[in-house]
Design a protein around this ligand. Structure first.
Ligand code: ADP
Length: 499
């Protein structure tokens, strides 16, 4: 134990805080995890208690060390990855949050976003930030807090309040208020950050009336931000890496070059493609985001998010009760030749990229008398692959050529049927790493690169091991027919919830 050194990854997710200690090979030496409370004050509103986020995160960190009797001397550095966009505002003096954290899923600022769009600001915002105007991003959440918490605007203008996304909040807490920074990848999700100049955008701040003084200093994703206070781990530990969860996963997948992409099959689906050192603006419903800042360079990514991916299986399990366990879906899907013409479009909360229709709703189409539950489960898995296919097409159209490497991760990527079907649909091989826990690994790598724990990205590429390669094996005509049916089905769901 004495000489062992690990990098500590803090993975502050939407439902739980995790801490994982990684060794040089990228293997997990210790893991601890704790869930925290979800707060739903009204329909469509989602909040977390920032103090709860802080206390669960620090307690899992201490627990992960304790499990293997590690002291601060065994920890080379700390990397943080976090739920993105979630917004915290706190008092600079007391450290007390002035309101709960407003979570990325929260839709409370939808009407305000409609107003911004009605003012014709969408293009300008997109050019500067790479984003669509949507309640998803931090800016309108921050504005909501300033407007609805008594006295908040005056205090913010007097320089008494600070804003941060979750990595900013954790770093500020860990350094006991000494360091107020954000990394470029997280900053690029706020809708206030100019992704070209790497500065907070003064026009947008003026438009939204947000005081610059409360914003953190934007920094690269891999650098020494500061030391944790000694009382946390018994001695100082450097905090050296930070990135939003999806960007960290792209990094953990070692997608370091332009044209490399990953898709995460979790509750939702997230595809990110590295576009290198230049931002690519999407003409196909994707957003442009910063992947990371590393070694004096900034890398960009195109991103497509699908709101419901693995959650379709959860729905079939919990609400429709076609199966008891998500993993069962594989054997059920394999028990039939095809979905018998049935399609499930899981537009439960509207459609995200590339369609962006908030009024679309879910549908099951193409039913005939012979359709059984295995066909439906298969249709659900296939819907996950179709949605990913659509993102991939949008990416290829935006980049102007096809993606050259496609890696997968997330809970549902464990499903071999889904992976085979996906490879067939996209007509390209799919790489699933041995470790599908890529988010925390990415955060660890960013930290360890800043300290020299890992020498360079080649060092990390040699750690990345393909667990499985899925080769395409689908007849071209069959693919066309399946896709034509899917696109017809998707169209049927458009605008459903509009009066
Ligand atoms: P998140 O991190 O988004 O909460 P995970 O990456 O843990 O999610 O993935 C969980 C999701 O994947 C759930 O929605 C679950 O239904 C789905 N899932 C898990 N295992 C499988 C499987 N073997 N086949 C299909 N779906 C699965």
């Amino acid at each position: 134990m004495m000489n062992q050194r690990y990098v500590m990854a803090l993975d502050q997710g939407t439902t739980s805080a995790r801490c994982i200690l990684y060794d040089r090979k990228g293997k997990q030496a210790s893991v601890a995890q704790k869930e925290f409370a979800q707060i739903f004050p009204r329909e469509g509103w989602v909040e977390h208690d920032p103090m709860d986020i802080w206390s669960t995160q620090i307690s899992v960190a201490q627990e992960a060390m304790l499990k293997i009797n590690a002291t601060y001397e065994n920890i080379d550095s700390i990397g943080i990855t976090n739920q993105r966009e979630t917004t915290v505002v706190w008092d600079k003096e007391t450290g007390k949050p002035v309101y709960n954290a407003i979570v990325w899923q929260c839709r409370r600022t939808a009407a305000f976003c409609d107003e911004l769009k009605a003012q014709g600001l969408a293009d300008a915002f997109r050019q500067k930030t790479g984003l669509l105007i949507d309640p998803y991003f931090s800016a309108t959440k921050l504005k909501w807090i300033l407007e609805h918490v008594e006295g908040a605007y005056e205090r913010a203008k007097a320089g008494k309040l600070l804003f941060g996304t979750i990595e900013t909040w954790l770093i500020w807490k860990m350094t006991e208020g000494k360091v107020h920074v954000t990394d470029y990848s997280n900053a690029s999700r706020t809708m206030m950050f100019n992704i070209h100049t790497l500065k907070w955008d003064e026009d947008i701040l003026k438009e939204l009336d947000i005081p610059l003084a409360m914003l953190p200093e934007p920094c690269p994703s891999s650098m020494v931000y500061g030391n944790c206070h000694e009382r946390l781990f018994g001695g100082p530990v450097r905090i050296c890496g930070a990135a939003g969860d999806q960007q960290a996963a792209l990094f953990g997948q070692a997608c370091f070059s332009a044209g490399e992409a990953k898709n995460t099959y979790g509750t939702g689906g997230f595809m990110l493609a590295n576009t290198g050192q230049k931002p690519v603006m999407s003409g196909n419903g994707l957003i442009t985001t910063i992947a990371w800042g590393l070694s004096g360079k900034v890398y960009y990514a195109l991103e497509g998010s699908v709101f419901v991916s693995g959650a379709t299986i959860q729905w079939l399990r919990d609400e429709i009760r076609l199966l008891d366990d998500a993993a069962q879906s594989e054997q059920m899907a394999r028990s039939v030749e095809n979905a018998a013409g049935a399609y499930i479009v899981p537009a439960f909360t509207g459609l995200g990229a590339p369609y962006w229709d908030p009024y679309a709703r879910g549908a099951v189409l193409g039913l005939t008398r012979g359709v059984n539950k295995n066909h439906l489960v298969r249709a659900a898995l296939e819907s996950m692959a179709y949605q990913t296919y659509d993102l991939m097409q949008a990416m290829a159209a935006d980049i102007g050529r096809s993606i050259n490497t496609f890696k997968v991760d997330g809970g549902a990527s464990a499903n071999d049927f889904l992976m085979e079907f996906q490879a067939g649909l996209m007509d390209m091989p799919l790489y699933r790493p041995q470790c599908i826990e890529t988010t925390s690994l990415g955060a660890a790598y960013l930290a360890g690169l800043a300290t020299g724990y890992w020498k360079d990205t080649d060092d990390i590429i040699s750690n990345w091991q393909a667990g499985c390669v899925f080769e395409p094996d689908m007849d071209g005509k069959a693919r066309e027919e399946l896709l034509a049916g899917w696109h017809k089905a998707v169209k049927c769901t458009f605008g459903w919830a509009k009066e």
